[in-house]
Design a protein around this ligand. Structure first.
Ligand SMILES: [Zn+2]
Length: 412
């Protein structure tokens, strides 16, 4: 059974979907539950039906398109990703996994393959946190990583509740029904652009992910004492920005000496009050993002940052408060799926690189209920979340071929 990806069909579908956007081409903006998102979903459903797949949508808008296997009761093999896009993004993030997944199924159908297990393509709702402030909404709910009650409390910046937004968009039913059981999927595989530069730099076709790093984020509030920049002498100061500076450097040092290059820590926001040239900073707000592939190491860095906060606060006579925004556990890809992906690459004589996913994906949450694997393809300069994001049709076709081969093995 020869597998042949229709590169032209796939490329033109990616281009067509990119035009369903609230930004001018080549930029793509597709925010969850907007009319544009709904048009894109309808377009996708149409394609799934054309491929003879049975479709259903759950209460949060996750779309499932199933190619029924011979054994209807056997746990299915899943693949998929997302099509929502942050403002002014590109064409490939998420889309390659959804349309590549559809193409992989069509490739298998045309090869005459008759799957034992059903193969299910998933379009996850709101992987991007743009509208409701939390990423991977669909997969979190699906996997029970987030409760229906927690989801119901979410609102967008215009105070529209998610309950109202999803129902207006046509997704009825209760959110409690979205969660799937742990045995629903035998395996889940996601094809995605790398969103980093390694594959391109090493001139390697494909990346096989072993671990998915998870983010944790915090808000840090530092309260010191303000005053006149001329009047308050140095021994009497409780400068909030000096304390913040010391803390930022301490966290950088702790991340650098964690023992692994997988540990990364970033302070991306620093707001200084009152923000005047002749006034001592009295208050500072920082953001802190800590990621790692190892939960224990990540948590010990969080603890170290907290200890530094307290030491610096005591030393400088300021108060420092660290507030948790979110902390997800990292995920491991399943050894058998990593192995199947590697075998599929070898079979088609394609080079591959074992790697870590430093961005998180729906697969991270799917890993809570199913063995998962991720396959990366190169993207130019590692650019993503910008209009000049680019993956070549050849690389997308190679990824799709290996995905099809892998689905064939897993569903046999
Ligand atoms: Zn993505």
């Amino acid at each position: 059974m020869n597998l042949e990806v229709n590169k032209q069909r796939l490329t033109s579908e990616i281009e067509e979907l990119a035009l369903i956007s609230d930004a001018e081409a080549p930029a793509v903006t597709r925010i969850v539950f907007t009319p544009t998102d709904l048009r894109a979903r309808a377009w996708f459903l149409e394609r799934c039906k054309k491929a003879g797949l049975a479709t259903r949508q759950d209460a949060i808008g996750n779309i499932f398109a199933r190619w029924k296997g011979q054994d209807a009761n056997a746990a299915a093999v899943g693949t998929g990703s997302h099509i929502d896009a942050i403002p002014n993004a590109g064409k490939y993030d998420g889309v390659v996994g959804v349309l590549g997944g559809l193409e992989a199924i069509r490739v298998l159908q045309q090869s005459g393959f008759n799957p034992k297990r059903s193969i299910e393509l998933i379009l996850f709702t709101s992987e991007e946190p743009t509208r409701f402030g939390i990423g991977c909404l669909g997969s979190r709910l699906l996997s029970g990583s987030l409760s229906a009650d927690a989801v119901k409390k979410l609102t967008d910046k215009d105070s529209a509740s998610i309950e109202q937004a999803r129902r207006t968009a046509g997704f009825q039913g209760e959110l409690e029904t979205v969660k799937l059981s742990a045995g629903h999927y035998q395996a889940f595989v996601e094809l995605h652009i790398e969103q980093g530069p390694l594959l391109e730099q090493k001139n390697i076709s494909l990346g096989i992910v072993s671990k998915i790093a998870a983010p944790s984020s915090f808000r840090i509030f530092i309260d010191g004492a303000g005053g006149h920049a001329g009047g308050v002498l140095m021994p009497d100061r409780h400068d909030a920005l000096c304390a913040a500076s010391e803390l930022i450097l301490a966290i950088e040092q702790q991340a650098k000496t964690s023992g692994s290059t997988d540990t990364v820590a970033t302070v991306g926001i620093c707001e200084v009050f009152p923000g005047a040239v002749n006034s001592i900073p009295s208050r500072v707000h920082l953001s802190l993002d800590i990621r790692d592939t190892d939960l224990q190491r990540r948590d010990s860095l969080i603890a170290a940052a907290e200890a530094s906060s307290q030491a610096i606060a005591a030393n400088r006579g300021v108060t420092i408060r660290q507030e948790l925004v979110n902390a997800d556990a990292p995920g491991d890809c399943a050894a058998n799926i990593v192995e199947t992906l590697s075998e599929s690459c070898k079979k088609h004589r394609l080079s591959f690189l074992p790697m870590v996913s430093r961005a998180y994906h729906d697969s991270l949450f799917m890993s809570r209920i199913a063995p998962v694997g991720m396959l990366f393809i190169p993207c130019r300069n590692g650019y993503s979340h910008r209009p000049d994001e680019y993956a070549s049709p050849e690389d997308i076709a190679r990824g799709t071929l290996v995905l099809a081969e892998t689905l064939r093995s897993l569903a046999s």
